[in-house]
Structure formats: C-alpha cells, structure tokens
Design a protein around this ligand. Sequence first.
Ligand SMILES: [Zn+2]
Length: 216
Amino acid sequence: MREWIAIILVSLLFGTIVSILISWLIAVYQPAGFNSPRYEDRRVNNLEWMLPVPDSWPVSEEGVIRTQISPGMHFLSQAVNIYDSLPNSHYFLNRLSHGWPYAALSRYEATSSITSSPPEIHEGLLSSQRHKQGIVIRPPFTNGELRVLPVVPTDGFLRNVFFWGLVSLVSLSGFNLLRRQYRIRNAHCICCGYTLAGLETCPECGTSAKPRRMQA
Ligand SMILES: [Zn+2]
C-alpha cells in the first residue's frame, strides 16, 4: 500500500516537472510559425517597462485575438489604451501560453506602435505584479536574442500535470508488474530480488518466498 502511495506521489512530481520543462522548451526553441517580437541586446533596457496594466485584462471579449500559433503555443492579444496622453499610439497586451498537450504556462508582453512614417514599433515586457514577464534568459545558441520562460500557470497546467502523471503512473506500475513476474519466474525474492534457490523465506529481507496477495 505504501508503495502505491509513493508511486502516485512520484508520478505527480514527474508530471509537474515534465509540464514545466515542455513549456520552457517550447519557449526557448519556438516552433515554426511563431512570430513573436524579438528581444535583442539593444532592447534589454525595455524589459523593465512599468505599464499600468488594467487589472481585469482582457478588458472585454471585444477586440481579443485568440490564436493557436502552432501546437503547444497559444496567443491572446488585445489593443489597450494605456497612455491616453500619447496620440496615435496603440498598445497591445499579449499573453503567450506554452505547453503540451495543453497550454500550461503563460507570460505577458506589451507592444506599442506609434503612428508616424515609418511607424515606430516598441517592444517590451510587463513587469507589473499581476502580469509577470517570466524568467528572462539568453541561451547561447540564439545569437544574443533573449527568451522568456513563462511562469504564470493557466488552467491547462493541472491537466498537463495529470496527463504526464498518468503516463508516469502507467510506466512505473507496468515496470513493477514486469519485475515482479520476472522475479517469481526466476525464483528471486519478489521484494528485494535476492536469489532464493529453494529457500522458504528470503535471507536478505525476510519476505516469504511464496507469492502472495498484497496484505491489507
Ligand atoms: Zn528479499
């Protein structure tokens, strides 16, 4: 019984770690079709923009763009007027969610365009408390481009934990059953694997040599 509780706990832990790692791998490698703003060296200063983001973003369903960019990547965007004092400017709040099979972790980013000729595009990441920007890293293989690892769980996170936890549970219990059958067939102790060679009880751990049902 205690063994099964351990297997379930290990599976849930495995599911959590795998869910996070998959989200971060997608964020780092960015599958084809992903057209996110690039954060280059010269924009590092912009990473600390303080934008007064509306608490209840998205503000309404109106003007919200939801897209699945590619498997594992979801994009939610809405134009928000943040600076009323800046004429001809639009700010877009974007929420990018990564994960597989569900979008599990998300991060927020802001883009602004000022209508002039040619239009100026500014990109930045949100750093307000509610809209976390994630963990900014600079992988060695992206020519100096930054990547942002998402940290805000969405409702897909738990689903991914259960999905990968179930995968782990099936693998672990399958391995346990196979090992048990192997040990019975080859006259090894079912508990510790010690060679019994006709003995009634295992000299290593004291388990009875006869295979029995799990004790209550
Ligand atoms: Zn034993």
